[in-house]
Design a protein around this ligand. Structure first.
Ligand code: AMP
Ligand code: GLY
Length: 422
């Protein structure tokens, strides 16, 4: 089977690695891929948002399955365009991807489906948003969120009323994130511990993957700015079977049922970003795709054939496919360019990769790298994902950091506390 994978990050390298191992896969294209993916797939310089070009490429190359990594092409309708061309796609149609594409839509759907989530209100007028904040903030801290796609920059967890008013000013008046901030969701702030729960789904049945804890802040101790993710581990010990069952029954299934009832069935990966508060999971957000870096910890544990699971999701027979994961632990540490998530320089040679490739229970996934003249160079903010595996989280953590110690590039920075005291 000829398969095309859309995307270029660490998540896509982890997916490419598993797809390439599948007996179903005869040829793998990566659009556009990265330095690591180039070793196992044919990289084609097409941007994920270039929808007509991707469809044309898939037609020309007789691609039989397209797997989409990032949310942006799904929200823009890549799955719909491929469906029109008769090409199977793993990932939701545009109307279903709205679960990530619009926070107001997601919240309204959660309300309709009876899914536990923070109380909220939606505003198109800044003066109404401000009036609401002035009335309610004193009693209850609030979070202000841009409705539209904002690459993780659209959420303001506010300490004070002044912060919340500033967020409204930035998003709605200054349009600091463009049209994404034309509408805002204001919701009650929740307290607790966060959990990423990713499920494969064929729109009626869902198969949960092991739960993951993600580290979004740039520096140790959860300090510094938010990033695309600096590391993660699975499984967090506080993700008890009871909590996971509640999340599955009260969040995942009603969401899928309601999406199907409104005529927008959801197929692909449904990623629920959860807050666990007093033993109860609440939905913070939905993503319409695999998580990054969550996927880098999940793929090494997946024992089933990934392509088979994806085909079963597309063909509505996921209930039979039953993806299996090893009951081991995985810890992923992200190695970033100096300055990330702010501005950074690229083009530095990366050392130590051969050593790490020999280490047992270590898997390395590339994110922002390029392969040029026989060596790897840094080419992005998040450069590498080092994944350690073990029977315990401590063991997995130790393996990951042993491998990290072998790698060097100028300006390299990473968190030293991923999965610490887990
Ligand atoms: P979102 O993109 O909606 O998941 O928000 C990004 C991050 O903001 C989440 O991972 C949380 O850390 C935080 N966040 C979002 N909503 C809330 C909330 N209602 N209460 C507390 N923190 C939140
Ligand atoms: N790890 C967070 C995300 O993929 O959105």
């Amino acid at each position: 089977m000829r398969i095309a994978l859309v995307g270029s990050g660490g998540r896509e390298h982890a997916l490419a690695w598993r797809i390439a191992q599948s007996p179903h896969c005869s040829q793998l294209f990566a659009l556009p891929g990265n330095g690591g993916i180039a070793q196992i797939a044919e990289c084609v310089p097409l941007a994920p948002r270039a929808i007509p070009e991707i469809v044309q490429f898939a037609r020309d190359q007789r691609v039989e399955l397209v797997v989409v990594g990032p949310e942006s092409p799904l929200i823009a309708g890549l799955a719909d365009a491929l469906a029109e061309a008769g090409i199977p796609c793993f990932g939701p149609r545009r109307a279903a991807a709205m679960l990530e594409g619009s926070k107001a839509f997601a919240k309204q759907l959660m309300a309709q489906a009876g899914v536990p989530t923070a109380p909220f209100a939606v505003f198109d007028q800044p003066e109404e948003a401000r009036a609401y904040l002035r009335q309610h903030f004193a009693a209850q801290p609030m979070v202000v969120k841009a409705d539209g796609e904002a690459l993780g920059k659209g959420v303001f967890v506010c300490e004070t009323l002044a912060d919340a008013l500033d967020a409204v000013e930035f998003l709605m008046e200054q349009r600091g994130l463009g049209e994404a901030g034309a509408r805002v969701v204001i919701e009650q702030r929740l307290y607790g511990r966060e959990l990423s729960l990713l499920c494969f789904t064929d729109s009626t049945h869902a198969e949960p993957m092991p739960p993951v804890r993600d580290y979004k802040r740039a520096f140790d101790g959860n300090r510094g700015p938010n990033t695309g993710g600096m590391g993660c581990y699975t499984p967090p010990p506080d993700a008890t079977p009871d909590i996971l069952q509640k999340a599955y029954e009260q969040i995942v299934l009603p969401t899928l049922r309601t999406m199907a009832e409104r005529g927008t069935p959801y197929q692909g990966v449904l990623y629920a970003g959860l807050m666990i508060s007093d033993g109860q999971p609440y939905t913070l957000e939905f993503n319409c795709r695999f998580g990054d870096p969550e996927t880098q910890t999940l793929m090494p544990l997946l024992e089933s054939d990934l392509v088979e699971v994806m085909l079963a999701s597309i063909e509505g027979r996921l209930r039979e496919a039953r993806p299996q994961f090893a009951s081991r632990c995985a810890v992923c540490v992200v190695l970033a360019s100096g300055g990330y998530p702010g501005s950074y320089r690229t083009g530095f040679p990366i050392e130590g990769l051969e050593t790490v490739a020999q280490m047992p229970d270590v898997v390395l996934f590339h994110a922002g790298t390029a392969f040029e003249s026989g060596r790897y160079l840094t080419a992005g903010g998040r450069v590498l994902n080092v994944v350690g595996l073990g029977e315990t989280i401590e063991q997995a953590r130790q393996r990951a950091y042993e491998a990290v110690a072998q790698i060097h590039f100028e300006g390299m920075h990473y968190r030293t506390d991923i999965a610490l005291n887990a």
